[in-house]
Design a protein around this ligand. Structure first.
Ligand SMILES: *[C@@H]1O[C@H](CO)[C@@H](O)[C@H](O)[C@H]1NC(C)=O
Ligand SMILES: *[C@@H]1O[C@H](CO)[C@@H](O)[C@H](O)[C@H]1NC(C)=O
Ligand SMILES: *[C@@H]1O[C@H](CO)[C@@H](O)[C@H](O)[C@H]1NC(C)=O
Length: 438
């Protein structure tokens, strides 16, 4: 196992560099004049009413009749972007908001829902949908009025596509499809005045602090509460994490593993960190591997998915995780790689193409095929590959990609990688996808 130092780019403050903030929507008139003196300053410590991303990945923070767009930028009037919000009630605030995740129903997917008093408003493209607002119970039966907070929780993070609603001590887990409600009380969690999902992480905001929690169990791990000004906004004086962190240069990226699963979740691993690659709409950030896969410490060598199982290979050991609402290590693991797959570690890369059961393991200049449907598992075939050593590889519907430092090579299939007499031109790891700097 290589000893790798955590590089400087690993910055645990969400706010520094790794966050991509999108541009403001254009073409929205300002129906109300702004009164400059009344502009709140989020660096003074604000208890937000609601926080939600929009369909483009912009995050909106709400307080009173103002909002902030993104992790930096000034306060503006909420009704300059969401025009109708106070035409109905003149309440001057929202109670809660979330972005709907419902891929089976594209007529509501990615809509932003605002809760005011006993009403719910649905917006898409900054436009109030026809027929709104409606009574909360008409659209979300069993959910009380005068909410404190709301947050989406897609299947894979919750058991089913759900919304978590918060009111005082109570949590209502609303199943979007069946419209059934489960009520919970998480006494260890503060009463949330707003809640936010960011890159599969769930945050309860209370006062100017926030606490990260697990959306199913409510479990809080790590040291919380933390001051939101150090993470979710750019406040110059006295906030932030030392400011020494910088984004990694794309030319310095050297993956240790990369994997995509049948739900399209793609993870890149480097050092002791992972980066989710398919959620960059909402920004991107490196998190410790142990955040999602508790039992793993240090660098991993290869990762692949087979059905609901994720295989993580480290040295001569393999960990198998069941992926449901979260990744759970299957009992009896880690096991020696030799016992599980019939091959000795360490390995350089491993991948499985969609709907296949033959895993390809790469070790030096050799590629081995192992049939996961056979018992006992054993190497079925062995072929040379045209590279002395690769760092990582994965296979999806578009074929195989193998990574060597900051470059990768694309092949239609593992067979073509092995037989390929002509090396394809290398492609460069892109800043957009890998959250690195040119
Ligand atoms: C979004 O709204 C703008 C103006 O309000 C409009 O020009 C544009 O066509 C809309 N886009 C979609 C996808 O509906
Ligand atoms: C949370 O809500 C409960 C129920 O209304 C209330 O009794 C409690 O005081 C609240 N806690 C805080 C810290 O505000
Ligand atoms: C925020 O959290 C700190 C501990 O990290 C605590 O001392 C402080 O009272 C909290 N403040 C608010 C307003 O919640």
């Amino acid at each position: 196992m290589t000893v790798v130092l955590l590089s400087l780019y690993v910055c645990l403050a969400l706010v520094h560099n790794a966050v991509m903030i999108k541009d403001a929507p254009e073409g929205h008139s300002h129906p109300k004049e702004d009164h400059d003196g009344a502009k709140p300053d989020r660096c003074k410590g604000i208890e937000f009413d609601a926080i939600t991303p929009d369909e483009k990945g912009n995050t909106f923070f709400f307080k009173g009749d103002h909002l902030w767009k993104g992790f930096s930028g000034p306060a503006e009037l909420s009704n300059s972007i969401f025009k109708e919000l106070d035409d109905y009630h003149h309440l001057g605030h929202v109670d809660a908001a979330f972005r709907m995740h419902h891929q089976d129903d594209l007529s509501v997917h990615d809509h932003i829902y605002f809760f005011l008093d006993d009403k719910v408003f649905s917006y898409y493209n900054y436009t109030l949908e026809q027929g709104y607002p409606v009574e909360i119970q008409q659209e979300f039966p069993g959910i009380p009025s005068h909410l404190d907070a709301a947050v989406e929780c897609p299947k894979g993070e919750c058991i089913t596509d759900s919304v978590l609603f918060f009111k005082e001590n109570d949590i209502y887990s609303f199943d979007i499809k069946t419209k059934s409600v489960k009520q919970k009380v998480w006494t260890h969690l503060s009463n949330c005045t707003s809640a936010f999902r960011w890159l599969e992480h769930y945050y309860c905001f209370h006062g100017y602090n926030f606490t990260r929690f697990h959306p199913v169990s409510g479990e809080v791990t790590g040291t919380y509460p933390k001051d939101a000004r150090n993470y979710f906004m750019r406040c110059s004086e006295g906030f932030g994490h030392g400011g020494g962190a910088r984004k990694q240069r794309c030319s310095e990226v050297k993956l240790s593993a990369i994997s995509t699963d049948d739900k399209g979740r793609t993870y890149a691993f480097q050092d002791a960190m992972y980066l989710r690659l398919d959620t960059h709409r909402d920004g991107s950030h490196h998190f410790p591997i142990s955040r999602l896969w508790k039992e793993i410490s240090g660098v991993v060598d290869a990762v692949f998915s087979h059905g609901d199982n994720m295989y993580i290979i480290q040295g001569g050991q393999v960990y198998i995780y069941k992926s449901a609402a979260h990744y759970t290590l299957i009992e009896g693991y880690p096991k020696p790689l030799k016992d599980e797959l019939g091959i000795d570690g360490p390995v350089d890369a491993a991948f499985l193409c969609p709907n296949q059961h033959i895993v390809t393991i790469i070790q030096g200049q050799k590629m081995y095929n192992i049939d996961l449907a056979a018992t006992p598992r054993a190497v079925k075939s062995e072929r040379p590959i045209p590279f002395p050593k690769i760092d990582a590889g994965y296979c999806d519907a578009d074929g195989v990609k193998v990574f060597i430092g900051p470059e990768y090579y694309s092949y239609e299939s593992p067979m073509i990688l092995a037989l390929g007499k002509i090396k394809p031109a290398p492609q460069k790891i892109s800043p957009e996808k890998f959250s690195c700097e040119e």
